[in-house]
Write a new protein. Structure first.
Ligand SMILES: Cc1cc2nc3c(=O)[nH]c(=O)nc-3n(C[C@H](O)[C@H](O)[C@H](O)COP(=O)(O)O)c2cc1C
Ligand code: SF4
Ligand code: SF4
Length: 361
């Protein structure tokens, strides 16, 4: 049916990469040529689309009930074409005993389907895989047993999707939860516009960091800059979790103290003070600052993000001193032994380096 399969993928901790490899393997076993390419650090302009008898797949994790902004940016930059395409998002799977439980896609499939259709592509597949959750800023990595249950379950599912898609069929299993996905769309927009920037400012490297640069060199979005021998997270960070999981010294933590302190300083102290100060001059100005309308909430959130960024830079300097290192980068559950890290089974730093990137297309 198809001459070739080309997959463009984004993967923080290897789940989407694993799915891409499964599909590549199945395609090759069926005598179909196949290439998988990471979109890490892609550069514009992208190469023109392949011949029309090539099936194109886009694989990516789900972030905040949507696809990662970086993947969306890639799709927006993708040239127009007439190929048949499919999208596969990996979700946060968990288990209850040996029963796999699904994550939630939200707009992760709907948005790319619209964007790529508008570019002329024919959407033949919208599917999800509930691979192990990698959101380890919220919970420790899953146990080995849970991981193997989920991986095995997803491997079989991938086989079924591949059988349908590679033979020219259509697979829209990812739309089963459409009503719930649409209901949570406001959260997805909130995450895309504000939430992801907040998350990028929760990471800190503690004094166990030896400045090896592994995290910065392997960030798919080039979002880490080394400052005085330690990584510093910029707003380009999409919280893909790769750096935290590949750090050889387990030095990268999520600072709950910073999260709580900045939230209190900004919303508990700064905002009420700004409203009180504005009241001295004009009630209208105070009402605007405190308004709950969506536009004002957004503008306020971006302003707060700016101030938070300054606070983050100050804390980054302070954590060079022991008491601050302890408060901001060690006094957090992510630094405790039971807080497992996560990389997809069989995936290591070398896999993120060796895969092709789009600038080699
Ligand atoms: C910041 C962040 C947000 C996430 N949001 C969602 C979500 O909304 N729904 C979901 O099912 N999984 C969510 N996840 C889990 C990942 O999408 C999931 O573990 C995925 O398989 C990771 O793929 P990767 O290893 O290729 O990056 C989130 C993970 C992170 C780090
Ligand atoms: S990988 Fe870990 S030890 Fe190396 S620079 Fe990054 S935070 Fe420091
Ligand atoms: S800084 Fe870390 S979490 Fe952020 S995008 Fe880069 S690798 Fe992912």
């Amino acid at each position: 049916m198809y001459r070739e399969l080309i997959i463009h993928y984004l993967s923080g901790t290897g789940n989407a990469l694993t799915a891409a490899r499964w599909l590549e393997e199945i395609a090759k076993a069926g005598n179909m040529a196949a290439r998988i390419m990471a979109i890490d650090r892609f550069r514009r302009p992208l190469a023109p689309p392949p011949p029309e008898d090539t099936l194109i797949g886009f694989l990516f994790p789900t972030h905040g009930f949507c696809l990662p902004w970086y993947m969306l940016k890639f799709m927006l930059a993708f040239p127009r074409g007439r190929n048949r395409i499919f999208c596969l998002n990996t979700c946060a799977g968990t288990t209850l005993g040996r029963v796999p439980l699904p994550g939630l896609s939200g707009l992760a499939l709907i948005v790319p389907a619209i964007v790529l259709s508008l570019k002329g592509y024919r959407v033949r597949g919208l599917v999800s895989l509930n691979l192990p959750s990698n959101w380890i800023s919220l919970h420790p990595g899953l146990t080995k047993r849970a991981v193997s249950v989920l991986v095995e379950h997803c491997r079989k599912k991938t086989g079924r999707y591949a059988a349908t898609l590679f033979s020219g069929g259509r697979a829209y299993h990812g739309l089963i939860s459409l009503p719930v996905d649409l209901a949570i769309s406001p959260v997805a927009f909130g995450y895309l516009l504000v939430g992801r920037f907040w998350l990028a400012k929760m990471f800190m490297a503690n004094s166990d960091c030896d400045g090896c640069g592994v995290c910065a060199n392997n960030c798919p979005m080039a979002a880490l800059v080394m400052k005085n021998g330690r990584p510093c997270w910029t707003f380009r960070c999409e919280s893909c979790m790769r750096c935290m999981n590949i750090c050889p010294r387990k030095a990268i933590q999520v600072s709950y103290v910073f999260a709580a302190a900045s939230a209190y300083l900004l919303y508990g102290l700064l905002l009420p003070l700004a409203i009180m100060a504005a009241l001295h001059y004009s009630e209208t100005a105070a009402a605007i600052i405190g308004s709950k309308s969506t536009a004002i909430v957004l503008v306020r959130a971006w302003f707060v993000l700016g101030v938070m960024f300054l606070f983050y830079r100050i804390v980054q300097r302070l954590i060079r001193f022991r008491p601050f290192d302890f408060i901001f980068a060690r006094l957090t559950p992510t630094s405790l032994g039971f807080w497992r890290r996560y990389l997809a089974p069989g995936t290591g730093v070398k896999d993120f380096r060796r895969e092709h990137t789009t600038d080699k297309m």
